[in-house]
Every structure is written in C-alpha cells, then in structure tokens.
Write a protein that binds this ligand. Structure first.
Ligand code: P6P
Length: 334
C-alpha cells in the first residue's frame, strides 16, 4: 500500500481519515465517523450558503440568540443541520451551540464525544456575500457512557480538545482541522461532492505583515493595544479585517499575520466566545506553529467557567503575538 505518512495531495477526505486512523492501532473509528459527520454537515451548509440570496434564508429569523443578536435564518439552518448530522451520525452525545443557551442532547447517550460549535459565525455577513465559517471543537466525554452528558464534559479546558477545526465558505469552501497531529486543509469540489486534500501540513509563518482588528474600537482599547497597533503601522504592515473571524483567521494562517479581538469598553473580555471560537482556533494555531493569547495567558490555558463565556483573542504568527505581549507587559509594569 502507499506510504501511509506521505499522503498525496488530492487524496479525498475519506481516504485521508482512514489513513490517519490506520496510524493509531487502538482507534475504534468513532472519531473518524464524527469527522465525516461534520464534513457532511459542512457540505449541506455549503449548498445553503451558496444559494442564500436565492432562497428565502437570508434576513432575520425573528428571534434573538443567547448573544442577544438577531438570528439570521441561515445560522439557524446551519445550527439545525449540524445538530441533525451529529444526531444521525451517532458519535456525539451532546452539542453546545452558539445558537442555544443550554447543551442539546442528541439521544446518543452511548456516544463517546461531545461537540462545541458555532454553526455559522459572522452570520451578519451573509446578506452581503462576505465569506463565513463554521467552527467546531471536540472532547471525549468524561461522564460515564450511557449517562446524560453535562457541563463537566464541555468545561474540560482547551488542552483537552481531541479535535478542532472550521469550514470556510469562501471563494472556495475549505475544511481545516487537527486531531493533535498537525493541521490539514481540504478543498471542496462541489461537482463531485468531495473534499480533497489541498494543504497537507499547514504551518503559519513565524511572522507576517498583516494585522486584523476593528480599529473602530481605537478609543476603547487599552493603551497598550494602541501602542502595539502604532508599532504595526510604523512597520508598514497591512491592515486586513473582513469582520468574519474564520476568513480573517484563515488568511493569516496561510500568509502569516495576527488577528486581534482585545478587551474593549463594551466587552472587557472581548466579544469572541471561548468554547467554540477561541479554543478551536487556538488548538489549530498551536498545531500550526503559531500562538494564541488572551494578552495575559495562552488561550488554551484559560479556565472555562460557563458555556458562553467571552475571551480576548490575540492569535496568529508567534513573533507577532509575542510583540503584542511585550506591549501588554510594558503597560502592566509601568
Ligand atoms: P466586530 C462576527 O460577528 C464576529 O463574531 C467574527 O466573525 C468577527 O471577527 C467579529 O465578530 C467582528 O466583530 O466587533 O469587529 O464587528
């Protein structure tokens, strides 16, 4: 058989998952199946996203989610699709979604995994055709198989994730994920309905020339954040901010750069959510050789207190994150 390690570019996701599973003799295939179920949900959502303007899925859903934001129809559709795919796949016993306050039981109490997800992040971007993304984070349950999952399964901490990734519905649709052995990127071929391995071993450059943040908060940022941003500008770095986390993140992962959602006057912990936005992206970035910090500690070391807690996110090339931390430390010691 072909060399199991050097998986050729162009391999399908299915063959890649089977090859990777073969490298772990004790693997039982449940995580593999869970990843397939997530990929399937991504394909279904991709179809809905790509025709959002045509079918009646844009515009407000008429309800507010736990964030107090108007729910866009498409992010509710994505939420429903994901929960259904995970329920039917049978590998997840419970799901935490940005769209629901409480965890959702799939009915598969014998399943070994729980999934925290943001079914469609940046859904306010849908109506204006800006790229959007799905984020997911997977844990092995700690409650007994057969029992009802509970918050101890979801609040294990970022370093207990067994897998994490995202689907980016952009100019092409990509699935990017890690199981703790590097980061792989797959590009979707809609005419075949398959994801193909296009980025076998994603590594973020140690530094970069892009910084991504919403400078509209300039006068709300702590002084050290402004100091850091002024340094970026003196270095003639590029400002690139799409306002869609997965799209900004993915660009910086490929080209090098830093994404910042620091504390603001409105949100002292930033706006992004720890369990299904910051943790999965932090797991991925560390696997890709980058860094993710709150400004005072590594994101993956943040102690989770509740499902929808917010967390400042400074993430990207290790050298750029470190330069930010130097500014933060200078202010604290001043
Ligand atoms: P702001 C979109 O609502 C989102 O959750 C992320 O996708 C994006 O990076 C961020 O919030 C944008 O927030 O405050 O800059 O509009």
């Amino acid at each position: 058989d072909e060399d199991l390690i050097a998986t050729p570019v162009g391999t399908t996701l299915e063959r890649y998952i089977m090859r990777k599973q073969a490298e772990f003799p004790f693997a039982t295939g449940e995580l593999s199946q869970l990843l397939r179920d997530i990929a399937l949900a991504g394909k279904i959502i991709n179809r809905e996203v790509n025709r959002a303007g045509l079918s009646d899925v844009t515009g407000a859903y008429g309800r507010e989610n736990v964030q107090g934001e108007q729910q866009q129809r498409l992010d509710m559709a994505a939420h429903i699709r994901f929960v259904r795919a995970l329920r039917n796949g049978g590998q997840a016993c419970a799901v935490l979604s940005e769209e629901e306050e409480a965890i959702i039981y799939t009915g598969n109490d014998q399943a070994k995994y729980v999934v925290a997800m943001d079914p469609l992040d940046g859904s306010s971007n849908i109506d204006v055709n800006v790229p959007i993304g799905t984020l997911f984070s997977i844990y092995s349950r700690v409650t007994p198989v057969g029992s009802k999952a509970n918050e101890t399964d979801f609040l294990q901490g970022g370093r207990k994730q067994v897998a994490a990734g995202y689907v980016l519905y952009g100019s092409s649709t990509m699935l990017v994920y890690t199981t703790g052995h590097g980061v792989a990127g797959f590009t979707y071929e809609p005419s075949l309905g398959e994801f193909f391995l296009s980025h076998p071993d994603l590594r973020i450059p140690a530094t970069g020339t892009t910084f991504s943040c919403n400078e509209g908060y300039w006068f709300e940022y702590p002084a050290y954040v402004r100091t850091y941003l002024e340094n970026c500008k003196r270095s003639r770095m590029n400002g690139r901010y799409i306002g869609s986390l997965v799209a900004d993140y993915h660009r910086n992962l490929l080209t090098g750069g830093i994404y910042l959602y620091p504390p603001t006057g409105k949100n002292l912990d930033g706006k992004l959510r720890l369990l299904y936005e910051c943790y999965p992206l932090a797991f991925l970035i560390e696997q890709a050789g980058g860094a993710a910090s709150t400004g005072t500690e590594a994101v993956l070391d943040v102690t989770p207190e509740h499902y929808h807690q917010r967390c400042p996110l400074i993430i990207g090339s290790a050298e750029l994150v470190n330069e930010y931390l130097v500014c933060a430390a200078a202010e604290v010691s001043a």
